[in-house]
Design a protein around this ligand. Sequence first.
Ligand SMILES: C[S@@+](CC[C@H](N)C(=O)[O-])C[C@H]1O[C@@H](n2cnc3c(N)ncnc32)[C@H](O)[C@@H]1O
Length: 301
Amino acid sequence: MSHGTSPARPTVSDSPAPAVSDSPTPAERRARYAELLDRVQGLPTIAGPRRRTLELLGLRAGQRAVDVGSGIGRAVAELAGTGVRAVGLEPDEAMVRLARERFPDDRFPTAGFRVGRAERLPFDDGSMDGYRAERVLHLLADPAVALAEARRVLRPGGRVVLLGPDLSMAALDADDAATTAAVVAAHADGVPSPRAARAFRRLLLDAGFVDVEVEAHTELHTDFQTVGQLVTAMAEASVATGALDRPAADRWLAGQRRRGREDRFLMALPLFLASAARPAGPDHGGGRRVPARPAGDGRPA
Ligand SMILES: C[S@@+](CC[C@H](N)C(=O)[O-])C[C@H]1O[C@@H](n2cnc3c(N)ncnc32)[C@H](O)[C@@H]1O
């Protein structure tokens, strides 16, 4: 998944950058990525938590919401379908164009898409009734900055809903547990905040939100085809970081492919879902002050 404006960085839950032998153009990579996001969002184990994010936002027609890191825009369209005035915010301009093409104004009059980043939201203080971010906070160097912004743009009583994977906890059935652990760790460590999702509760409380609730779900894959690009990217990450040498990574990947061919593949990934509200009373800046990030490891643990 992209860290910024290019959809280049693969992660466990959604990998746009297959380390495959062909050499796709940027446009082809983006198209594949959009297709992958669509496919993953439609999977039963993800569709459920996604629906739940909309329930937990609890928005009514006419209210305003932002979906941060909106990708191809599906959640924005779903919110707009209920009459919510929804805006998708996304740093990747090409993704914004794609979302606008998929969900044009004439068919989705209450949906909009704009370019921007979670760390600096282009909205006025207290202007939003809802804030949603799905599979985004792990991509940020400092998720606390994004949540301070979420709090700023929400009106008192406005709700925030976060959904994200814990990349360190990916479970793959494999012959060699130690090699698999090395692959998972190498891949997770290449992402800015791989454990942000398990920290959602703490981050929301520290940002001054109230009524914080957390749920755990599981993204489950038994079809290698769906996540083959991703599993390949994980193996590549283990080589790139030096965790495994090339032959070891190739053997591991070949084992996963064989499981796929023999219908024996399984990968599971915890998804944390958290919801909270901005306090309804007068706001004094809320929460604990976000400390300056220490050099080294200021990531959520
Ligand atoms: C894994 S995708 C998820 C997309 C969409 N939320 C979904 O669930 O299908 C992460 C998205 O976050 C975006 N993103 C990356 N860095 C961001 C940032 N600093 N602020 C907002 N979005 C960001 C990426 O461009 C990408 O579209």
